[in-house]
Design a protein around this ligand. Structure first.
Ligand SMILES: [Fe+2]
Length: 298
C-alpha cells in the first residue's frame, strides 16, 4: 500500500491512511481450499461441503485411481477459447457415443470401438460422472463401428502415437473420463493424462485450459510416451480438435433458433448408471442437477 503512513515532509507527516486502518480488514477474497492427491481445489463458497462429500464415494474412487498420492510432474499446458456455452464441454465428456461417430482418428486407428466394455457412473446427485471403458484386444476397427473406416489403408508416419503400455494403476479400464461439476474434466486415455479446466467467458464462450502431466517416478521413456499421446488432445489434437469445432457448430445452431429445444432421450428418459455407452443418461443427470441448483438460486 503506497503512502499508508503518509509522507514525512518538513518535520511533519502529511496524508496517509487513518491510524486505525487495517489491511487485514480489506484483504483479497479468501477461497475455501481443499487438496487431495496433489490436486488443489478452491471455491468461493465457504459453506460448500468437503471435497470428499462433494465428489461422493464412487467418483472419489476414480479420482484416487488417477491421483493416488504419487508426486505429479507437469508436462505442459494448452489453452484455447471455444465459442460455445461452457456446459457444452461438460456434455461432450458425458456423451459416450460420439467418439465412434465424430472422431475418425479414434476409429481409424482402433482406439475406439462401439463394443468396448464400458460403464457410466455418477455421484448420488448426478452432477459428476465417470465414463469408464476398456479397450478390446483387437487392433484396427472392424465392422463393429457404425462408421466405416475412414481410409482402410491410412497409416501413421510415426506409429509411436499408438505405443500404448498398460500401467498397473489402471486396474482394468484403459480410459476413464471424469466430469466434475461445474468446470473440471479429468482425463486418462491410455498413457495420456490431463486435467481440463472450463473457464466461462460469458454464456457463449469459454476458455479451455489443459494441463498435461505425468508422475515424478515415470521413466524418461514413459514421459516421452505421454507427450506423444498428448498429440491426440489439446486445441489441435488429432481427436480433440473435432470436439472444439462441433461445440462451436452447436452454439451456432442454438443461436440461430433460440426457440428450439434439445432432446436427450437416447437410452430412455431416466437417469441411472449403465453398463453400456448408447445413452445420454449422464447428460440428463447433469441437467437435472443444474435445474435443481438454478431453481434454488432463483
Ligand atoms: Fe470427443
Amino acid at each position: 500500500m503506497p503512502f499508508r503512513r503518509g509522507v514525512k515532509q518538513d518535520g511533519k507527516v502529511n496524508g496517509g491512511m487513518p491510524a486505525d486502518f487495517k489491511t487485514t480488514d480489506h484483504g483479497l477474497n479468501k477461497l475455501k481450499v481443499a487438496t487431495r492427491g496433489g490436486v488443489v481445489f478452491a471455491s468461493f463458497d465457504h459453506d460448500i461441503e468437503s471435497l470428499e462429500d462433494f465428489l461422493g464415494p464412487v467418483i472419489l474412487g476414480y479420482f484416487d485411481r488417477l491421483f493416488d498420492g504419487r508426486e505429479l510432474r507437469i508436462l505442459g499446458y494448452n489453452r484455447q477459447r471455444i465459442p460455445g456455452n461452457w456446459k457444452l464441454m461438460q456434455e461432450n465428456i458425458k456423451d459416450p457415443y460420439h467418439p465412434g461417430l465424430l472422431h475418425t482418428w479414434f476409429v481409424t486407428f482402433g482406439l475406439w470401438r462401439a463394443d468396448n466394455k464400458s460403464e457410466l457412473k455418477m455421484d448420488a446427485r448426478h452432477r459428476h460422472a465417470a465414463m469408464i471403458s476398456t479397450r478390446g484386444q483387437s487392433g484396427k476397427a472392424d465392422q463393429v463401428t457404425q462408421v466405416s473406416s475412414f481410409k482402410e489403408s491410412m497409416e501413421l508416419n510415426d506409429p509411436r502415437f499408438l505405443d500404448i503400455v498398460p500401467e498397473p494403476w489402471w486396474g482394468g479400464p484403459t480410459a476413464v473420463m471424469m466430469t466434475l461439476f461445474p468446470s473440471v474434466i479429468l482425463q486418462q486415455q491410455v498413457n495420456s493424462v490431463s486435467t481440463r479446466h472450463i473457464q466461462p467467458d460469458g454464456h457463449g464462450s469459454f476458455d479451455f485450459v489443459w494441463t498435461h502431466f505425468g508422475f515424478a517416478d515415470d521413466t524418461e521413456e514413459m514421459t516421452q510416451r505421454r507427450l506423444r499421446q498428448a498429440n491426440l488432445f489439446g486445441p489441435a489434437g488429432f481427436v480433440s480438435a473435432d470436439d472444439g469445432e462441433v461445440i462451436e457448430f452447436s452454439q451456432q445452431g442454438f443461436e440461430q433458433k433460440p426457440f428450439h429445444r434439445t432432446l436427450a432421450e437416447l437410452g430412455g428418459r431416466t437417469v441411472e448408471d449403465t453398463d453400456h455407452m448408447v445413452t445420454e443418461t449422464l447428460i440428463r443427470g447433469m441437467y437435472q442437477y443444474w435445474r435443481e441448483v438454478m431453481e434454488a438460486e432463483a
